[in-house]
Write a protein that binds this ligand. Structure first.
Ligand code: IDP
Ligand code: MG
Length: 253
């Protein structure tokens, strides 16, 4: 009994002090971050639903959620402009434009840092095995989701996306839309991510050729997706280029 009372009183205290702080406005770390599911997590429906669920379960509020179809030019010259000249830039632009994206704006205390922690390292093999990228990233730079990496980039990205790509409707319940997505896909069939990693490595090590890898990738992606064959086939080619480019990197070293 005492325990229950104590828990209840702690809960009331903490929720009161939270409101109090907000009213006084003295401690306010609330910020917004632009996140989008990249084509691997859009195509692999369960992975997308799981990722969105983990963001919501972490307690962030959703300020926007919807499908987005940014142009190649927008991704090249605005969103990923800072990566121009990197060896992976052309591939990255093709990867991110290989299907539509699922964009959301999350709001919460330290949300930029917290979302980056949930995703973890950029390169899948370097990400903690319990993180989202560590569990579901396919290989190399195919890593489930984008999230702004600093407050400064966060502001820049929100501005360009709001200006050119997304339209936020006032009073629209985006949380309900995100919940509907989760409910629709959280029990969708799923293929163990390890299979994609094995096939990528087999291709890298010349145990299979590109045609065989494409057949296997298309077959697996089709089990995880309700998107059309054209998108799946395009993304399979992205995975092939990704594996082959990592092979070149290994050979160069
Ligand atoms: P971030 O997404 O973790 O912020 P960035 O350095 O901003 O990482 O790079 C943008 C995206 O470019 C990455 O998410 C990944 O998809 C891709 N990328 C970055 N570095 C590499 C690389 O060394 N090889 C392949 N792809 C890369
Ligand atoms: Mg970045």
């Amino acid at each position: 009994m005492w325990d229950i009372d104590k828990k209840l009183s702690n809960h009331i205290d903490s929720s009161y002090s939270g409101q109090d702080r907000d009213k006084r406005g003295t401690i306010n770390m609330t910020e917004d971050v632009l996140v989008f599911l990249k084509p691997d997590a859009v195509i692999r429906r369960y992975i997308g639903a799981r990722t969105i669920k983990e963001f919501l379960d972490a307690g962030f509020k959703i300020g926007y959620f919807g499908e987005a179809y940014p142009s190649k030019e927008f991704i090249e010259t605005k969103h990923y402009a800072q990566h121009k000249g990197e060896f992976f830039y052309d591939w990255l632009v093709d990867y991110v434009t290989s299907s539509h994206l699922l964009v959301f704006i999350l709001t919460g205390d330290d949300v930029i840092c917290e979302v980056r922690k949930l995703l973890d390292a950029t390169i899948t093999e370097n990400a903690d095995c319990n993180s989202i990228r560590g569990r579901y990233g396919i290989f190399g730079g195919i890593n489930v989701a984008h999230a702004s990496d600093s407050a400064e980039n966060g502001k820049r990205e929100l501005n360009i996306w709001k200006k050119d790509v997304i339209k936020i409707e006032r009073n629209y319940d985006y949380t309900e839309r995100a919940d509907a997505y989760i409910n629709k896909y959280i029990n969708f069939s799923m293929v163990d991510t390890i299979r994609y990693r094995e096939i990528s490595k087999q291709l890298m090590n010349e145990k299979i050729n590109e045609k065989e890898a494409k057949y296997l990738f298309v077959n697996l992606l089709s089990k995880e997706s309700d998107l059309n064959r054209e998108i799946i086939s395009r993304f399979a080619e992205i995975m092939i280029r990704n594996a082959l480019s990592r092979k070149e990197k290994v050979v160069e070293q």
